[in-house]
Design a protein around this ligand. Structure first.
Ligand SMILES: Cc1cc2nc3c(=O)[nH]c(=O)nc-3n(C[C@H](O)[C@H](O)[C@H](O)COP(=O)(O)OP(=O)(O)OC[C@H]3O[C@@H](n4cnc5c(N)ncnc54)[C@H](O)[C@@H]3O)c2cc1C
Length: 566
């Protein structure tokens, strides 16, 4: 059995920021299925938000209001207040540890406009922001001398009498499965875009943390809110940062119209993501996609070659390499792509995992970053607020977990869990079942995309739930060909597919129940927001194989809900 005071699952921005903080006080380890530098944070392009006011006058108050409005009023405003107040300090911290932000003429951190933000407040490093931030914070975590378990896959949360006692994880290189006994565990396992066919997310973004939490009998929150980013490369889903529109790029349909005029007259291409994704999908559905196909154009040609190469070099490479189109000379074919999960593991503002409408703490268990739901994004996240969330709440959760761990007594590790997990993996490795995990995963992605995507309705959602349940049953009979324990990527694929199935049903059940349209959740059969009945968070957990729902109040501090216009 391995012993640490704090174990952090996930080596992305949230996990590493938490680790550096926790490591100052107590013995801290990071368990990550990927080498930390391969975490999806490294793919972030456009920027990190803070009201520095370097490009125009700005204030914390405006950042707060934009975020609350962007969330379609479903966020918890106390958490958003912390996010926006701590933003400038956190961005300067990143600068001080060496993040090479792009600069203004007079040497300040440059800031570009982003959708839903009323002021230019995205701080960026060309279109390599996440890469730069992740590498810098990783250097710091090496300096801090933390213990890393790279390429270890977390399989289960150890609960003992309602408190967390650690995790069970597998060393992918050897197949050894071990218990990690800890006083506090922090989940920072990132998002789950891979539940959808067209996604901007990395292959590893399979929402494992959410599945583990559900398996442990705990809850997830607001899972029906799945963000579709408007500009994914056609058929690939790979992201073209909103920074491209922030810098003046625009969208065109088959008739060469800037169609956003019909959907968001004032903000046009800088309306929030939910609004623009629906606009693009409507153009496509009504036959105005390019050549009648399911894509439209993003045009940045007017920036000129020099500006494109300087401020969007990665985008230029991606478009040339994946579509064979040169954005300097041709418009870019794009379609909406599954991008971000607003929902996740419910926590308080210190990252402490909570349970039920009364927000009871689950001792020893914490979460931060994209897998958590604190909730600063409500029903729709504004671009650049997610890297900000990962650093802000990563830092806070690191402090909270280390304070807890320095005082708490060890909760005994439930030994039987380790044998159960080992048995389960042995069974999988010996299985000769007739089902194939990759096929089940593909069917799941098709199902979620077609029946629980940008536009939703009751009949589709019911079919979706039924189909996912059927896939869950079929997954019990999955066969494995590679029986070795060493770097068994087929085994990992099966485990990830099971995880995707575990929470995808929760997304669909939550979406079917929520009979209104809010933020990223749009019901064609209930197209209006309904504050009277639905201004509340969804809580979901599993009981006897089924999904159970409950609801809890949101926190309003300053801004009462209003109609959202852009
Ligand atoms: C293409 C793209 C561009 C983006 N651009 C921006 C942007 O410009 N600005 C912005 O604010 N946001 C952006 N986002 C969103 C933002 O990047 C993410 O929400 C954020 O980086 C998530 O950080 P994280 O630390 O929570 O998770 P991640 O960085 O995804 O890290 C998750 C970690 O969990 C580990 N893990 C997962 N499962 C397991 C398991 N079972 N066992 C062990 N370890 C596990 C992984 O190894 C990984 O280290 C973008 C996202 C994408 C996909």
């Amino acid at each position: 059995m391995r012993e640490h005071d704090v174990v952090i699952v996930g080596g992305g921005l949230a996990g590493l920021r938490a680790a550096i903080e926790a490591g100052r006080g107590v013995d801290t380890a990071v368990v990550s299925k990927l080498h930390p530098l391969r975490s999806h944070t490294g793919a972030a392009q456009g920027g990190i938000a803070a009201s520095l006011g370097n490009a125009s006058r700005d204030s914390v108050e405006e950042h707060l209001f934009d975020t609350v409005k962007g969330s379609d009023y479903l966020c918890d405003q106390d958490a958003v207040e912390i996010l926006v107040k701590e933003a400038p300090g956190n961005v300067y911290d990143l600068e001080h540890i060496g993040v090479v932000f792009s600069r203004t003429e007079d040497g300040k951190i440059a800031q570009r406009p982003f959708g839903g933000h009323s002021k230019p407040r995205a701080c960026y490093a060309a279109d390599w922001t996440g890469h730069t931030v992740l590498h810098t914070i990783y250097e710091q975590s090496l300096i801090a001398g933390l213990r890393f378990y790279d390429e270890w896959y977390a399989l289960a949360i150890a609960m003992n009498d309602g408190a967390c006692a650690g995790i069970v994880a597998m060393n992918i290189a050897t197949g050894d499965i071990e218990a990690f006994h800890a006083k506090a565990v922090i989940f920072a396992t990132g998002g789950y875009g891979r539940a959808y066919r067209i996604t901007s997310n990395a292959y590893a973004n399979t929402g494992d943390g959410l599945a583990l939490v559900l398996n442990a009998g705990l809850q997830v929150q607001d899972m029906e809110f799945v963000q579709f980013h408007p500009t994914g490369l056609y058929q690939q889903g790979i992201l073209v940062t909103e920074g491209a529109r922030g810098e003046g790029g625009y969208l065109l349909n088959d008739k060469d119209e800037r169609f956003m005029e019909r959907y968001a007259k004032e903000k046009m291409e800088l309306a929030p993501r939910d609004v623009i994704s629906r606009a693009i999908q409507t153009e496509i559905n009504e036959g105005r996609g390019i050549g009648g196909k399911d894509f439209v154009y993003l045009d940045i040609r007017h920036f000129g070659e020099e500006h494109i190469r300087e401020s969007l070099p990665q985008i230029q490479d991606l478009v040339v390499n994946f579509l064979g189109v040169d954005p300097i000379k041709q418009p870019i074919p794009i379609q909406p792509t599954a991008h971000y999960s607003m929902g996740g593991i419910p926590t308080d503002v210190h990252g402490q995992v909570i349970f039920g409408p009364e927000r009871e703490p689950v001792p020893g268990l914490y979460a931060a970053g994209e897998c958590a739901c604190v909730s600063v994004h409500g029903a729709n996240r504004l671009g650049t607020n997610s890297l900000l969330e990962a650093v802000t709440f990563g830092r806070r959760v690191g402090i909270a977990a280390s304070e807890f761990a320095s005082e708490a007594k060890n909760v005994p590790f439930p030994e039987e869990l380790l044998s159960q997990v080992k048995e389960d993996v042995d069974k999988l490795l010996g299985s000769t079942g007739k089902e194939s995990a990759p096929l089940i995963r593909t069917e799941l992605q098709e199902t979620m995309t077609n029946l629980c995507g940008i536009f939703r309705k009751e009949a589709d959602l019911r079919n979706c739930i039924e189909k996912v349940r059927e896939l869950r049953e079929r997954a019990d009979d999955v066969g494995i060909h590679d029986r070795s324990r060493i770097f068994n990527t087929e085994l990992i694929d099966v485990l990830e597919t099971r995880n995707l199935l575990e929470f995808s049903e929760v997304i669909a059940v939550g979406a079917e129940a929520r009979r209104e349209s809010r933020g990223a959740h749009f019901r064609t059969d209930y197209p209006k927001r309904d504050d009277g009945n639905w201004l509340k968070h969804t809580l979901a957990w599993r009981e006897k194989g089924g999904v159970v729902l409950d609801y809890k109040d949101i926190v309003i501090t300053k801004y009462q809900p209003r109609e959202r216009r852009y």
